[in-house]
Design a protein around this ligand. Structure first.
Ligand code: ADP
Ligand code: MG
Length: 270
């Protein structure tokens, strides 16, 4: 069932609340992306993308601006229609299993003026578990509190979300994703506009989730040292340039093809 989600801008293409699954067993299945193409009205954003996203690995989607990174993530979640191909998880369309997914969109798709507190934002991650017309259970409240503590934001629970720094806001959305207790975590550019402390917490949590056997998929465009945190990479530029382990993907040739020769190769990045 689709429901209106806060706090995304009304024009955002994302309008669903994704929330938790009853069983907390780690995922052992991969996501299989086969022949995915996306055509926007005036242009082809992605063509024939084939790759696998494995559980227990931190997977990064990399590529230059406009490469189709966000489009691939949205296509996986059914937020933009595909013109070709399939995205399967446990042999079924992933977009029909949204209750297993926690998704944090790019920050420019979130309406930061929406009048909600930190606590409201995290508890909304629990809506599906609780149901719209029932009051939140003690379990939901405890899960949300634990998640906020995990990211160091519990003391801010009464603060309006719009009054926090970019890093604090990103940590609140990370807490919301954690409170959902999903199998699959999708984050679009979570490292943009954040401080060093937030970056450390974010990667700690990503690694914990991967170690617990979750699927953790993160869009990032920055080829700096943060790339060393990723186990697997999907390198895009409107089509798949390369995919596999970080070491396999980070070759000069692949980076040259993806970034059209605009970046240098980081010897120590692999
Ligand atoms: P990235 O996340 O890698 O920066 P996007 O997936 O956002 O790239 O966009 C890929 C291309 O598709 C860009 O050229 C962008 O302008 C275009 N695009 C993205 N969203 C839409 C849309 N809703 N309608 C039309 N074109 C779009
Ligand atoms: Mg993007």
């Amino acid at each position: 069932m689709r429901t209106v989600n806060f706090p995304l801008k009304p024009d955002s293409s994302f309008d669903s609340v994704y929330s938790m699954q009853d069983n907390l067993t780690p995922s052992t299945a991969s996501i299989n992306i086969a022949h995915v193409g996306v055509q926007y009205r005036t242009q082809e954003a992605l063509r024939d993308v084939n790759c696998v996203v494995k559980p227990g690995r931190l997977t990064g989607i990399f590529g230059p601006n406009g490469a189709g990174k966000s489009t691939l993530m949205k296509a996986m979640l059914g937020l933009v229609p595909v013109s070709s191909g399939t995205v399967l998880y446990q042999e079924k369309a992933l977009m029909q299993q949204l209750e297993k997914i926690a998704y944090v969109p790019q920050r420019n798709q979130i309406d930061w003026t929406y009048p909600a507190t930190v606590w409201d934002v995290v508890m909304m991650g629990r809506v599906k578990k609780t149901g719209w017309l029932r009051s939140f259970s003690a379990v939901s409240r405890q899960e949300s509190k634990n998640a906020l503590k995990r990211v160091g934001m519990w003391e801010y629970c009464d603060r309006p979300i719009g009054q926090l720094s970019g890093g604090q806001q990103q940590r609140v959305f990370l807490a919301r994703a954690l409170a959902q207790q999903a199998d699959i975590f999708c984050f679009d550019e979570p490292l943009v506009g954040i401080d060093q402390k937030t970056q450390s917490i974010i990667f700690e949590v990503f690694h914990e989730l991967a170690t617990a056997g979750k699927i953790v998929l993160v869009v990032n465009h920055d080829l700096g040292e943060s790339i060393t945190h990723f186990d697997d990479l999907i390198l895009l530029n409107r089509e798949l340039i390369a995919t596999g382990s970080r070491q396999q993907v980070l070759t000069q040739q692949n980076l040259y093809r993806a970034y059209s020769g605009q970046v240098m190769y980081f010897d120590d990045a692999a």
